[in-house]
Design a protein. Structure first.
Lengths: 538, 125, 357
């Protein structure tokens, strides 16, 4: 089904709920809003249960015989393991503060996309199956029996949540739908109800270290191609090292940036920056082909899978004997690194507290995890004036910044990227309050919801962000949407094309590299091969 | 990561807060409804209205009397029960019989923490 | 319909009290047994529920950070939002104070407006915050000033509350401001549920029932104070209340039926409390997105059930890809010659080489 034109899609959004009670609504799995089911081989590859061929549009999902027991036992187990889940199942008062905070609700008007009802899908099962009141009073107490219809509803709508946590900012009790979705998807995965766009990367990542499943030499080749492009643009070819034992620092970034536009320009940015630092200061950093993925699609699968994929980072750091790890621009990758990694796979006693070899800054705030964000690292370099920059090279850009959900609501990483942007370009304009920083909107397709087939959903989810971009486009003439997330770069490119086609998307390090004056360079174009300001005529 | 050190004290505070009256009254004498000193029944059979009425409405009656007095000066109040007029006056009518504020008014008012503003103007006899 | 069912339920409860305590005169049941039971169920039920939450650990440090973090770098330090993104325990205390006492998160509330064009706007929407705050504080004040019936002599603090609450001296007996405000707040909360389409859509009987119940409590209380026929003599009421808290329960004569209705509704509220959404009173303290400092990279958070997970080791990865790696000039741990048999990335080798952490 083709996605409708923007004005038609917008005109059809109605926030008026239907007449029928939500418990009675029939489930219609709409093409354009759901993700394809996973190929069984991907589940088998990582030892996940109930792998089979099934189709969400079919009546029969080929659920295992004892699926109800599996689901409910899994739920009980998680209620005992996660206080968050247990408390969130019990205390919601349905005040509705979260209702219009979800980008999918704003963009689709589907009442089940109000975070409160998305949570009620699981809560109704919790009450109906596990509390006395719900068992006796049934719907009067808000309880429902878990049946196939309910399960399908959970599946459909738990893959219409990007775990962005915006609802959690507004909830008076901090109820975090992301947490409920994470656990809900974990339960769905007990029944093999994974999506292709999450399941496949998980399997690939597990075996080959990156989402596309590129073997080591191909990964290296890709980066070599980027080096070719850099040479063309600036006349210098970076010499990155791979799997280098004894390097000081290990660099890990989402693999998406190695393969696809506009992420590759960000990746080229890293390469230029590292080259500069190596030449100027003897910076010693290495890439790993084994731990070549920062993004962790296990996070969208289950806590166990997140741990399994994340374990490679410390494992590789230990093998290579590096001192600490530097992480690239990525959203959910950084939520995992900041809030989960050390707990799951630490403590990394073999690493040292990160110290910038160039400025001597000791990153005490990463004293235990021993991994820092490249934007922190670069902000520190800039603070100490270690980078020779020519801001004017970005003068053709009018930049705004999209806070990624996870760095903003999972870390409080708000000033660092703005600081770096302001140091590499002259025209920076923030979007209006209420759409940025901790209240930022999801790009529209985080948490593994960025396959091709759910385009309509992605455009709906991307609307609130695009709407804010359009505002600064109209007011300030913004033409570049910067961000620090690989999924943003992929998703926003598509949603900008759809909603605000005049605006391009880039990672911050693309702008950093464009502004960086590399000794011996010969630049006529930026990393995209477009003429630099003032050199258009040459 | 169970936070027992915070949850248990928290629950103790909760329980203490909501059981406050139970432990606050420990060791205090058993509460009895205060005795009121009433006028000699020989002299007065009843108040200007029935006891039940007076209990429920004396405050409203006095409030009304105050308003009448402030606006028009003393007036007379017709008591159906006594078939008699009374002066609308706290001191001249009420306190004529209930002369000891402490042994009459205050007993109930204190028990229920009521602080009428009669005595903001009137001088205690 | 959900609202009507809930209303019918509350009306039925009122009738039970009228029939039981008023017509049948079983004051001991409604004045002593049920209230004792209610307090017991409330306190024990509340504690049991919170303990059950406490028995589930907090495996990960997952605060929702709502402002700039503490100290990624010294230069951002003065932009640190201490209350919305605390980095220390003290900061968490501050955040929780603002959250619990002033409803910080609700204060952020916005409302979406869809305009013509594609054009969306967000406006501040603080009514819910205002009336929710009004409701909770007046409820607390009303609860506290009822202590005049449960203490003898009445401590000055409760007398003071009573005086402040009735300071405008409107009506006789003086009108409590809290009674008016709580009714206004409850009215708002109820009308909001009934009239705002999205809120109406998400509302359940469990949302209407406590609202009607509390409205019933407030109105029965006010009737007893202000309206002639419903008035009740406070002296025996105090005797009953004191009897309860001094464990020598008596049911004195002369207590009006309205009082029993009031007391019965309060008892129902107490009994209902631990099994309902009203437990947000306890839950708000335990929410892991609010009550943890954002310091997870600085100090390791320990997950008590962290179990080892097999992962695909470098060794297994190299075994699968050695030939290609060597050809591409990538360093390897084991040289190619040592291999007797070519492994080509089959799952069998994967399984053998995966190690337990």
């Amino acid at each position: 089904m083709a996605t409708p034109k923007p004005d038609i899609l917008y005109r059809n959004i109605s926030h008026k709920p239907p007449a029928q009670d939500w418990m009675d609504l029939p489930l219609e799995i709409k093409p354009g809003r759901y993700c394809y089911s996973v190929d069984p081989s991907a589940l088998e590859a990582v030892g996940m249960p109930n792998a089979r061929v099934w189709n969400p549009l079919d009546e029969d999902w080929k659920l295992p015989e004892n699926w109800r027991k599996t689901f409910l036992d899994g739920m009980k187990d998680r209620l005992e393991r996660f206080r968050s889940f247990k408390v969130f199942m019990d205390i919601c008062v349905r005040c509705g503060a979260c209702a219009d905070k979800c980008h999918y609700f704003i963009g689709s008007g589907d009442p089940m996309n109000m975070p409160v009802l998305r949570a009620e899908l699981l809560r109704s099962v919790y009450r109906g199956e596990m509390t006395k009141a719900g068992q006796i009073l049934g719907r009067f107490a808000g309880g429902r029996e878990l049946n196939e219809h309910v399960l399908k509803q959970i599946w459909y709508y738990y893959y219409q949540c990007t775990e962005c946590r915006r609802c959690s900012v507004f909830c008076p009790y901090g109820i975090d739908q992301a947490e409920i979705t994470i656990i809900g998807r974990e339960l769905l995965n007990l029944l093999g109800l994974q999506t292709e766009w999450i399941g496949k990367p998980v399997a690939n990542c597990n075996r080959l270290g990156n989402h596309l499943g590129l073997p080591p030499h191909t990964f290296k080749d890709n980066i070599d191609f980027l080096c070719d492009d850099i040479e063309e643009a600036i006349g210098i070819r970076p010499q990155p090292t791979f799997n280098k034992k004894g390097a000081e620092i290990l660099f890990i970034t989402p693999s998406g940036d190695v393969f696809a536009e506009p992420g590759i320009f960000t990746c080229m940015g890293y390469l230029v920056l590292f080259h500069y630092l190596q030449e100027e200061y003897g910076f010693d950093i290495t890439w790993s082909t084994y731990a070549s993925e920062g993004g962790n699609f296990g996070f969208f699968t289950s806590h166990e899978m997140m741990k399994k994929l994340n374990a490679k980072m410390y494992h590789e750091a230990e093998r290579l004997g590096v001192k600490w790890i530097l992480g690239g621009e990525c959203g959910h990758m950084w939520r995992v690194l900041h809030q989960y990694m050390d707990t799951m796979n630490g403590p990394p006693s073999f690493l040292e507290v990160p110290v910038s070899p160039i400025t001597g800054t000791r990153f005490e705030h990463a004293a235990s995890t021993k991994m820092i964000h490249i934007v922190e690292f670069v902000a520190d370099l800039m603070k100490h004036k270690k980078l020779n920059l020519d801001k004017s090279r970005n003068d053709h850009l009018k930049v705004t910044f999209h806070d990624s959900c996870n760095p903003s609501r999972g870390m409080g990483f708000l000033e660092e990227p703005r600081d770096v942007i302001n140091k590499v370009c002259n025209n920076f304009f923030d979007m209006p309050e209420g759409t940025i920083r901790e209240q930022t909107f999801c790009c529209g397709a985080g948490s593994g919801l960025n396959p091709g087939e759910n385009e309509e959903l992605r455009m709906m989810g991307g609307l609130p962000r695009a709407n804010a971009v359009r505002f600064v486009r109209e007011e300030k003439g913004v033409n570049m949407l910067a961000n620090i997330c690989a999924i943003d770069r992929a998703t926003l490119s598509a949603s900008m094309d759809y909603w605000v086609p005049e605006v391009s998307v880039c990672g911050i390090h693309e702008m950093v590299a464009n502004a960086l004056i590399v000794p011996g360079e010969d630049r006529q174009t930026d990393l995209r091969g477009e003429p630099l300001p003032g050199k258009e005529d040459e | 990561m169970y936070d027992a050190k915070k949850i248990i004290p928290g629950l103790i505070i909760f329980a203490l807060f909501f059981t406050f009256p139970f432990w606050f009254n420990l060791g205090t004498a058993a509460y009895t409804t205060p005795e009121l000193e009433l006028p000699d029944p020989e002299e007065h059979e009843h108040c200007i209205e029935s006891t039940e009425y007076m209990r429920a409405e004396h405050m409203a009656m006095l409030d009304e009397w105050r308003d009448i007095y402030v606006r028009d000066g003393y007036q007379e109040y017709w008591s159906e029960l006594n078939q008699e007029y009374f002066l609308t006056s706290l001191t001249k009518t009420c306190m004529d019989c209930h002369s000891d504020k402490e042994k009459f008014c205050d007993r109930c008012h204190e028990a229920t923490a009521v602080d009428p503003y009669c005595w903001d103007c009137h001088i205690e006899p | 319909m959900k609202a009507i069912y809930s209303l019918i339920l509350v009306v039925a409860l009122i009738l039970i009290a009228i029939v039981g305590a008023g017509l049948l005169g079983i004051g001991y049941l409604f004045g002593v047994i049920i209230p004792y039971l209610a307090v017991l169920v409330f306190v024990v039920g509340f504690v049991v529920r919170v303990v059950s939450w406490g028995r589930s650990p907090v495996p990960f440090r997952i605060p929702t950070t709502c402002g700039q973090a503490r100290k990624s770098l010294p230069m951002f330090k003065d932009k640190w939002n201490r209350l919305d993104n605390p980095g220390t325990k003290l900061g968490v205390v501050g955040r929780m104070f603002f959250e619990i006492v002033l409803f910080r998160s609700l204060f952020r509330n916005t409302r979406v407006e869809m305009h013509q064009g594609p054009h969306i706007a967000y406006s501040s929407s603080k009514w819910l915050w205002l009336f929710a705050l009004m409701f909770h504080f007046t409820f607390l004040l009303i609860f506290l000033r009822h202590m005049r019936f449960f203490t003898e002599p009445v401590p000055g603090v409760f007398v003071m509350m009573d005086q402040m609450d009735s300071m405008f001296q409107i009506l006789t007996p003086a009108l409590y401001l809290s009674s008016v405000l709580i009714l206004v707040a409850l009215g708002y909360l109820l009308l909001r549920r009934l009239l705002v389409p999205t809120v109406r859509y998400i509302s359940q009987p469990a949302d209407y029932f406590p609202l009607f119940l509390i409205i019933g409590i407030v109105i029965s209380g006010m009737l007893m104070r202000y309206i002639g026929v419903f008035k009740t003599d406070l002296m025996p009421v105090k005797e009953l209340a004191m009897g309860l808290v001094q464990f020598s329960p008596t049911v004195p004569d002369g207590i009006g039926t309205t009082f029993y209705v009031h007391l019965f509704l309060v008892s129902v509220l107490l009994i209902y409390f631990p099994f309902s959404k009203l437990m947000h009173l306890g839950g708000v303290f335990l929410s892991p997105t609010r009550n943890l400092p954002n310091d997870s990279r600085e100090k390791r958070h320990v997950n008590p059930w962290n179990y080892p997970v097999k992962f695909h080791t470098y060794e297994a990865y190299e075994d699968e890809n050695r030939k290609a790696m060597v050809e591409a000039g990538l360093p390897v741990e084991k040289p190619l010659e040592e291999e007797t048999e070519e492994t080509s990335g089959e799952e069998a080798s994967d399984d053998n080489a995966e190690k337990k952490e």
